[in-house]
Design a protein around this ligand. Structure first.
Ligand code: GLC
Ligand code: CA
Length: 566
């Protein structure tokens, strides 16, 4: 192992901030860096020791900052480089590391490189992007059948040179050509730029898409014909991906005590080991998606959550990476709907208990846990009733494609309430005031009406709140049980049960037993035969009172954590 690498991320708990929705400091309805600075003590009070900040770079905001027009500057809405420097020092003073988003599969079409690139076929930046001649008569058909994640073809015709450029995301997000060594060098330099400014790591946006299949004659082949997204198999884990990531590691990342987490859609366990296996020198960790898809049909349409499948995924990853690589643990982020409700079914008046149970069910697994802003309050999803309330471009694009179909609106709203990326992006609720203490004016995206009940101020005062439970749980990960939680071998009990999730983590004579009831009704629990309950202690639970470890009836959404000395 490289000597500068301390693998600090193995002891980290990471809080994700979506800057647009976190805290507005100057009354324009948009969250900003000074808003984050105001809340640093709050972040510290959670006990987390790192922050992942979604993009804050200069951007025309076609995809809320995931379309970058200058990698070395800050978005005007968010502040200045001076604010950013103050923010990172404030974090470091508090023992909080900063992980920035690294969005290098694509840039904005307003990035200097692209503006140059589209000018002429012999421009020095031409080859920074993926340009091809069209098919058909006069080249008026896209070069192949790949589709964009935002709907429609993945190619856009550009009349200046009469060629097409690839965009796997929005039209305003042209894909970079990683096969060009100059592009890779640019990325290495910008990564180095931020590391030299003190950044502690990167969350690498859609990193598994950077290498695309190209034929020897330069054309790019069609993807398999399929309804929905086409071309996946040609650009996910593409032909040179491991080479390019290793190069970035070798040239830059290896020289800093930094961490990387790759966003890895469609990653299987086998591939994850190639990206993150100890000694591979590519990425430190990845975000996998399998557990997030256990409530979806074809990765798109929401369907009933299936706990048995969900547990099987978690178990496969816990066992599969053990001793070989490191897991990332998460239920929420800025692309997902809230986990409460999603993984629990209707919670009724048991929202608090359910949110706490969910926290226990993933944070005690092996890996680095992430908490997404508002998750620590037990924020539920919102029921959108109007298209006008929505802001997410992805959802709005889909709406524009289907709005002509009769009776589509209620169906669309129903699907989007279970899928829309706006769910997690509703402003953070700080207090019960009109705009939830997020802003003094009407924010860019509506405030969840539940903010009058669920907000930081109210939860600070309530000893029994979800917020204070998160603090306890995070403290637990760092206290006397830290070694077992970090290193313990995972074993699942009762994998076939559809109501409860039971697992243990064992390390050097200590076992931590975790029992979670995912249902809003009682469930029978029997102490697993392999566990001898002498010498046990209840170390965390979401209901008050003693709960000796024995065969018992679990309460709705009950979560129990025991330490057993063996
Ligand atoms: C990732 C981001 C998402 C963004 C996309 C394109 O999936 O998390 O928010 O739209 O990449 O950059
Ligand atoms: Ca602002």
């Amino acid at each position: 192992m490289d000597s500068v690498k301390t693998q600090w991320y193995k002891n980290a708990i990471i809080y994700q901030i979506y800057p647009r929705s976190f805290k507005d400091s100057n009354g324009d309805g948009i969250g900003d860096l000074r808003g984050i600075i105001e809340k640093l003590d709050y972040i510290k009070s959670l006990g987390v020791n790192a922050v992942w900040l979604s993009p804050c770079y200069k951007s025309p905001n076609a995809d809320n900052g995931y379309d970058i027009s200058d990698y070395r500057d800050i978005m005007e809405d968010f502040g200045t480089m001076k604010d950013w420097k103050e923010m990172i020092s404030g974090m470091h003073e508090r023992g909080i590391r900063l992980i920035m988003d690294l969005v290098v599969n694509h840039t904005s079409d307003e990035h200097y490189w692209f503006k140059e690139s589209r000018k002429s076929k012999d421009n020095p930046y031409r080859d920074y992007y993926i340009w091809r001649k069209g098919r058909g008569k006069n080249g008026k058909k896209p070069p192949n059948n790949w589709t964009s994640r935002f709907g429609g073809s993945a190619w856009k015709y550009d009349k200046t040179t009469g060629e097409w450029y690839m965009h796997l995301w929005a039209e305003k997000q042209p894909d970079l050509n990683w096969d060009n060594p100059k592009v890779r060098e640019e990325v290495q330099n910008l990564v180095k730029f931020w590391l030299d400014l003190g950044v502690d790591g990167f969350r690498c946006d859609v990193i598994t898409y950077i290498s695309k299949v190209v034929n020897p004659d330069g054309t790019i082949p069609d993807g398999k014909y399929r309804v929905g997204i086409r071309g996946d198999e040609m650009f996910t884990h593409g032909p040179h991906i491991h080479e390019y990531l290793h190069e970035l590691y070798e040239k830059v990342l290896s020289k800093y005590d930094c961490m990387t987490v790759g966003e890895a859609a469609n990653v299987t366990l086998k591939e994850a080991l190639l990206y993150t296996g100890e000694g591979r020198e590519e990425l430190d960790t990845v975000f996998m998606f399998e557990h997030m898809e256990t409530d979806m049909f074809m990765q798109v349409i929401p369907k009933k959550f299936n706990l048995k499948k969900f547990k099987a995924v978690q178990t496969r990853w816990q066992e599969g990476l053990f001793g070989k690589a490191w897991n990332s643990l998460y239920y929420e982020n800025h692309d997902q709907v809230r986990s409460l409700g999603r993984f629990t079914g209707k919670v009724g008046d048991k929202g608090k208990e359910a949110a706490k149970m969910l926290a226990v069910s993933y944070q005690l697994l092996q890996g680095t846990p992430y908490v997404y802003q508002g998750q620590e309050l037990g924020m539920p999803n919102y029921k959108f009733t109007k298209i006008e309330e929505m802001r997410d471009q992805l959802a709005l694009n889909i709406w524009n494609m289907v709005k002509f179909i009769p009776f589509m609106k209620p169906i669309f709203l129903k699907i989007m309430n279970g899928r829309s990326r706006d769910q997690g992006r509703l402003p953070m609720c700080w207090d019960a005031s009109e705009y939830a203490g997020f802003s003094t004016v009407e924010p860019w995206l509506m405030v969840h009406p539940i903010h009058t009940e669920i907000n930081v101020e109210a939860e600070e005062k309530d000893e029994d709140s979800v917020l204070n439970f998160y603090r306890q749980l995070i403290a637990l990960r760092k206290g006397v049980y830290a070694n077992t939680i970090k290193n313990g071998r995972y074993k699942e009990h009762y994998p076939k049960r559809k109501d409860i999730y039971v697992f243990e983590r064992s390390f050097k004579g200590e076992t931590i037993l975790v029992i979670c009831n995912f249902k809003n009704k009682e469930a029978k629990f029997k102490v697993p035969e392999s566990i001898s309950p002498e010498n046990h202690q209840l170390i965390l639970s979401n209901y008050k009172g003693e709960r000796p470890l024995a065969d018992m009836t679990l309460k709705p959404y009950e979560a129990l954590v025991y330490s057993i000395k063996q």
